[in-house]
Design a binder for this molecule. Structure first.
Ligand code: HEM
Length: 662
C-alpha cells in the first residue's frame, strides 16, 4: 500500500475508577463531622424524624450531588470536548460509565424522595402508614412533586446515556442531565427564604457550575487511560468550562450570602463558618486551576501522570466543598429579619412585597433586581462585546452601532424585567401589558439588527476534529429543521399572535403571576417569540431562506392587525382576566380592576403602531438594498458575458415579432 503507516488501533485500557470513588469517600469523611458541628443532623425539637433520616439525608444527598456531577461531567466531556481517533472508543466508554452513574443518581434521588418525606412530615420511615402517606402526598406537596420529577428525568437519562454513541445523542443526554438540576434548584433549602427567585437563580448557577466543573474533572480523571493523544485539546477545552464554572459558583455563593446575612453578627454563626470554609476551598481550587493551566495545559499536557496527580488533589478539595455545601443546604441559616410587607397577600402570591403606590414619576426609580434576567443580560452583552473585540483585534470590520443596538436591546430588557414595568407588572394588568409589549416588540427591534448570529460565526473558532464546539452547536441550531419552521414569517406571526390568545384566555396568565417558573417562562417566551418574528422579517444573519419583501410586509401587517384586534378586545371587554388573583391582592391604588385592564388593552392596541412603522421601514430598506445588490450582480454579469441576458431577451422578442409577421 506504500504511503502513511496505519497507526495500531488503540486498546481500551482499564478506566481509573479510583477517581470518582476517592472523591465520594473524601466527601463523606468531611460531611459527617461538618454535619455534627453545624447541627445539620441535630435532633429537632418538633417533628423529629429520627437519626436515620437526619444522617441518611446528609449522606445520600452528598453521594447524590457527586453522582449527578459525574453523569453530567462524562456526557459533557464525551459530547463536546473529546475527539474520537481511529479505533478509539472514548465516547462509548464515557457513555457506559455515564449510564451507571446516572443509575446511581436515580437511586439516590429516589432515596431522597422516600427518606425525605420523613424529613418533611417529621415522622420516621418505620412509622405505620408511612408509605401510603408518602404516596398520598407525592404530587400534592411541591417539594415531593419536584423530587419526583427529578427521579423521572434521571430515570429516563439512564437508557439514553447507555444508548448514546454519537456526539448529537451525547449532547442531548447532557442537556437532559443539566435540566434535571432544575427541580433541585426550585426545591433547594435556600429557596424557602425571603427572595425565593434569587435563591433559585443562585442554586441553579451553583449546581450547574459544580456539576460541570467537579463532574468534568472526575470524568477526565476516570477516562485518562483512553484519552491518549486527545488529552491536550480536551484539557484546554475543559479549562475554559472550568473558568466559567468557577465564576458561576463564586457569584452564586455571594448571592446566597446576600440572602442569609443581614448583620455582621451572623457572620460568626456555624452556618457562616461553613460558608467561610467554602470560600477558602474555592480559593484553593482557583490556585489548582492556575497550576493545571501553567504546568499541564500550556505545556501541551505532555505529562498525563502529573495531570492525574493534580486532579486527584483538586478532586479531594472539590469533594470537601460538595460535602460542606450539602451540609449547608441542611443547616438552618441565621434567622433573618423578615423584610417589611412580607405578611401581605401580594407577598404570599408573588413572592415580593407591595411596591410604593404607582405613579408616572416612579417609572424610573422603582427597581427590584431579578438576578436571573439581569445575569442573562450581562452575559449576553459581555459575550457580544468580547466577540467584537476579537474581530477588531484581528483587523476585521464590525460596525460599532451593532454593539450599541445590542446593548440598548438588553438595557430595555433589564428595564422591563427589573424596573417599574417588571415590578408593577406583577400586580397591575396595565403595567403587565407594558412589560409584555416591551419584551415582545421593543427588545427584538434592537437585538435583531445587531446580527449576533453572524458575529458569533465570525468570532468563534471552528473545530477541525469533528467535535461540537460553540460554533458547531450554533450552526446545528441555526440550520436545523426546527429553526426553519420557527423562522418562517407565517409561523412566527402565528406564534406572535397566537401566544397572546393562548396566554391571556387560559390559566397561563395566572400561573405566570403566581409562580416563579411561570414568570420566567413567560418572559423568555415573549422575548423569543418577538425575536423570531422580527428576525423572520428583517434578520440578516445566516439561516433559513428569506421571503420576498412584499410577502414579509403582508405578514407583518396581518399579524399586527390581529394584535391590534387583541388589544381592542381587551379594551372593550367586560370580563376580568385572572380575577381570583387580582381580587385577592387588592392593590390599594387600583380600585377599578376592569378599568386598569382596559388601559392594558389600550396599551396593547396603541403600542403596536410604532414598531409596525419601524418594521415596515426596515423591510423597505432591506428591499431596496436587495434590489441594489441584485442590479449590481446583473451589471457585473452583463459585463462578464457581454450582457448575454439582454441579448437573449431581444432575440426572443425578435422571434416573437417574426412569428407574428410584424
Ligand atoms: C464562594 C464560595 C462558596 C459559597 C459562598 C457557597 C455557598 C453555598 C450556600 C450558601 C449553599 C446552601 C444553599 C442552600 O441553602 O440550599 C451552598 C450549597 C452548595 N454548594 Fe456552595 N458555596 C461556595 C462554593 C462551593 C464550591 C466550590 C462547591 C463545589 C465545588 C460548592 C458546592 C455546593 C453544593 C453541592 C451545595 C448543595 C446544594 C443543595 O443541595 O442545595 N459550593 N453553597
Amino acid at each position: 500500500m506504500g504511503g502513511m503507516p496505519v497507526p495500531p488501533p488503540e486498546t481500551t485500557p482499564a478506566l481509573r475508577w479510583t477517581v470518582p470513588v476517592t472523591t465520594v469517600l473524601t466527601a463523606i469523611v468531611v460531611a459527617v463531622p461538618a454535619a455534627a458541628l453545624s447541627g445539620a443532623a441535630a435532633p429537632l425539637a418538633l417533628g423529629d424524624a429520627g437519626p436515620f433520616v437526619r444522617w441518611g439525608m446528609v449522606l445520600i444527598e452528598t453521594v447524590h450531588h457527586l453522582a449527578a456531577a459525574l453523569t453530567i461531567g462524562l456526557l459533557v466531556v464525551a459530547g463536546f470536548l473529546v475527539r474520537e481517533g481511529r479505533g478509539t472508543h472514548r465516547r462509548r466508554s464515557a457513555a457506559r460509565v455515564a449510564a451507571l452513574s446516572a443509575l446511581l443518581w436515580a437511586v439516590c434521588a429516589a432515596a431522597i424522595l422516600v427518606v425525605g418525606f420523613g424529613d418533611l412530615a417529621g415522622i420516621p420511615p418505620s412509622s405505620p402508614g408511612y408509605l401510603s402517606d408518602l404516596v398520598a402526598n407525592l404530587w400534592g406537596l411541591e417539594l415531593m412533586r419536584l423530587r419526583l420529577i427529578e427521579v423521572l428525568m434521571v430515570a429516563l437519562l439512564v437508557p439514553l446515556a447507555a444508548a448514546a454513541r454519537t456526539r448529537g445523542a451525547l449532547a442531548w443526554a447532557a442537556a437532559l442531565a443539566l435540566a434535571a438540576l432544575l427541580p433541585l434548584a426550585y426545591g433547594g433549602h435556600a429557596s424557602g427564604t425571603d427572595g425565593h427567585e434569587t435563591a433559585v437563580t443562585a442554586l441553579l448557577l451553583h449546581l450547574g457550575g459544580m456539576t460541570v466543573w467537579v463532574g468534568g474533572l472526575m470524568a477526565l480523571g476516570l477516562l485518562l487511560p483512553v484519552l491518549g493523544s486527545a488529552l491536550p485539546d480536551t484539557l484546554r477545552r475543559y479549562s475554559s468550562l472550568a473558568t466559567w464554572s468557577f465564576v458561576a459558583i463564586g457569584l452564586s455563593g455571594v448571592l446566597f450570602a446576600l440572602l442569609t446575612a443581614d448583620d455582621l453578627g451572623d457572620l460568626g454563626t456555624s452556618y457562616w463558618v461553613i460558608i467561610w470554609a467554602k470560600v477558602l476551598l474555592l480559593g484553593m481550587l482557583g490556585c489548582f486551576g492556575a497550576v493545571q493551566r501553567r504546568a499541564i495545559i500550556d505545556r501541551g499536557a505532555d505529562r498525563p501522570w502529573l495531570f492525574g496527580a493534580l486532579a486527584a488533589g483538586e478532586l479531594a478539595v472539590m469533594g470537601a466543598a460538595v460535602a460542606l455545601g450539602t451540609v449547608l443546604s441542611r443547616t438552618p441559616p441565621p434567622s433573618i429579619e423578615a423584610s417589611e410587607g412580607t405578611d401581605t397577600a401580594v407577598y404570599a402570591l408573588t413572592g415580593y412585597p407591595l411596591p410604593p403606590p404607582y405613579e408616572a414619576a416612579r417609572l424610573l426609580d422603582v427597581w427590584q433586581v431579578n438576578w436571573f434576567f439581569l445575569l442573562l443580560a450581562l452575559v449576553a452583552v459581555g459575550l457580544y462585546a468580547a466577540g467584537c473585540v476579537r474581530l477588531w483585534r484581528r483587523g476585521d470590520r464590525w460596525p460599532w452601532w451593532r454593539l450599541l443596538v445590542w446593548v440598548l436591546g438588553w438595557a430595555v430588557f433589564v428595564y422591563a424585567t427589573n424596573g417599574a414595568p417588571g415590578v408593577y407588572g406583577r400586580i397591575m394588568f396595565s403595567q403587565h401589558m407594558v412589560m409584555h409589549m416591551t419584551l415582545m416588540m421593543a427588545v427584538p427591534i434592537f437585538l435583531v439588527p445587531a446580527q449576533a448570529i453572524t458575529l458569533a460565526y465570525r468570532a468563534l473558532p471552528a473545530r477541525t476534529d469533528r467535535t461540537l464546539g460553540p460554533r458547531e452547536v450554533l450552526a446545528a441550531v441555526v440550520h436545523s429543521r426546527w429553526a426553519r419552521v420557527v423562522a418562517n414569517p407565517v409561523v412566527a406571526g402565528a406564534v406572535f399572535f397566537g401566544s397572546l390568545i393562548a396566554f391571556y384566555w387560559t390559566g397561563l396568565f395566572e400561573l405566570a403571576l403566581t409562580t416563579h417558573t411561570g414568570h420566567v417562562l413567560m418572559v423568555l417566551h415573549f422575548t423569543l417569540a418577538g425575536f423570531a418574528f422580527v428576525w423572520s422579517l428583517v434578520g440578516q444573519d445566516p439561516g433559513p431562506p428569506r421571503w420576498e419583501p412584499p410577502l414579509r410586509i403582508m405578514v407583518l401587517l396581518v399579524t399586527l392587525a390581529a394584535h391590534a384586534f387583541f388589544g381592542l378586545a381587551i379594551m372593550q371587554g367586560s370580563w376580568l382576566l385572572a380575577p381570583a388573583f387580582f381580587k385577592t391582592i387588592e392593590v390599594p391604588w387600583v380600585p377599578d380592576l376592569l378599568a386598569d385592564q382596559q388601559v392594558g388593552g389600550a396599551i396593547a392596541w396603541g403600542v403596536g403602531e410604532l414598531p409596525t412603522v419601524v418594521l415596515v421601514l426596515m423591510v423597505m430598506v432591506d428591499w431596496m438594498r436587495r434590489d441594489e445588490r441584485e442590479s449590481e450582480r446583473s451589471d457585473r454579469r452583463a459585463e462578464r458575458d457581454d450582457d448575454a441576458e439582454l441579448a437573449a431577451y431581444n432575440a426572443r422578442l425578435a422571434r416573437l415579432a417574426e412569428r407574428s409577421g410584424r
